[in-house]
Design a protein around this ligand. Structure first.
Ligand code: PBG
Length: 337
């Protein structure tokens, strides 16, 4: 009974939010969102050669791996129950050119990685990024002509690269380039080459973000990139435009949508899930990872708790899963619970 003389009761009446928070068991009972290993997609970086595990300075705890080591990592990820990997190649500088032609090679680094992992660890999904930036000498995601990233020519090439990736065994193609019309073009090219079962996870809303810095070191595009990506990535100020861009991807045949970066764009995750009902993924990008690791290394935050809290926040915001460099670390923690 509310006590009519108690000032708190006068304000709250019978409504007291803290009742459900009073013990660990009540908190667990009313918990709305859960993070499980099924939510995790692990992005990994590949380098040519063998027996190489090389740390990335700007991403403490993340390594570039040669294919043989990536296979071992894939096996560990699969054993932990992580559903899928997202692979990113760091190819030799001598193979990078103005048009990113190596993206089309059947035996390029990303396709050879897919083949090796599929052969050794068939029960983990492979998601391949099909943008041109790992392959271009200028670090842009498309073909650069007279200072412009040309849209349609890039789309034609990306669709061909996607077919090469599917031929190698990729399960899901993930275009991160933000060219107009790419989802439809990739869908048609995949279908025409017998890859009806290969899905498309669109990097539907990719923002022109400063959070990608460490990734560019990881794949070796940091020093190459001339200018910025503002003529093709979305302005961080624009949520409505992002929704319109995602709607086009849905119409063109995307099976799943992605928001990138993640934490600063939780509003977009929520709006996309509400609007389309498609699976929505967030990419907790390199800069997000690095900020947590750096602060934790200084003892300024509890790294493990902040990591878990950010991943849970994605679930609360409606995401079906998260691409995260923390995937293995988190999967190990979840396995112990
Ligand atoms: C580019 C691409 C980027 C990332 C993955 N693919 C962004 C960029 O370099 O502009 C970023 C991933 C990360 O920061 O973790 N196609």
């Amino acid at each position: 009974m509310a006590d009519k003389t108690n000032p708190v009761d006068i304000i709250t009446g019978h409504r007291r939010m803290r009742r459900n928070r009073k013990a660990d068991w009540t908190r667990r009972m009313v918990r709305e969102s859960q993070l499980t290993v099924d939510d995790l997609i692990w992005p990994i970086f590949i380098v040519p050669g063998s027996n190489i595990v090389e740390p990335i300075d700007a991403m403490p705890g993340v390594n570039r791996m040669s294919i043989d080591k990536a296979v071992e990592a894939a096996r560990e990820a699969a054993d932990l129950g992580i559903p899928a990997l997202a692979t990113f190649p760091n190819i030799e500088m001598s193979l990078r050119d103005e048009t990113g032609s190596n993206s089309l090679a059947a035996d390029n680094l990303i396709n050879e990685t897919t083949r090796a992992i599929k052969k050794a660890v068939p029960n983990i999904g492979i998601i391949t990024d099909v943008a041109l930036d790992p392959f271009t000498s200028h670090g842009h995601d498309g073909i650069l002509r007279d200072g412009e990233i040309v849209n349609d020519e890039t789309v034609t090439q990306i669709a061909r690269a996607a077919v090469a990736q599917a031929d190698a065994g990729a399960d899901i193609i993930a275009p991160s380039d933000m060219m107009d019309g790419r989802i439809g073009a990739i869908r048609r090219a995949l279908d025409a080459s017998g890859h009806q079962n290969v899905g498309i996870m669109s990097y539907a809303t990719k923002f022109a973000s400063a959070f990608y810095g460490p990734y560019r070191e990881a794949i070796g595009t940091g020093g190459l990139l001339k200018g910025d990506k503002k003529t093709y990535y979305i302005d961080p100020a624009n949520g409505t435009e992002a929704m319109r861009d995602a709607a086009l991807d849905v119409e063109e045949g995307a099976d799943m949508l992605m928001v990138k970066p993640g934490l600063p764009y939780l509003d977009i995750c929520w709006r996309m899930k509400e609007s389309f009902g498609l699976p929505v993924f967030a990419y907790q990008v390199s800069g997000e990872y690095t900020m947590i690791k750096a602060a934790a290394a200084n003892g300024w935050i509890d790294g493990e708790r902040v990591m878990l809290e950010t991943l849970l926040a994605f679930k609360r915001a409606g995401c079906d899963g998260i691409l995260s460099y923390f995937a293995v670390e988190v999967a190990r923690i979840l396995a112990k619970r």
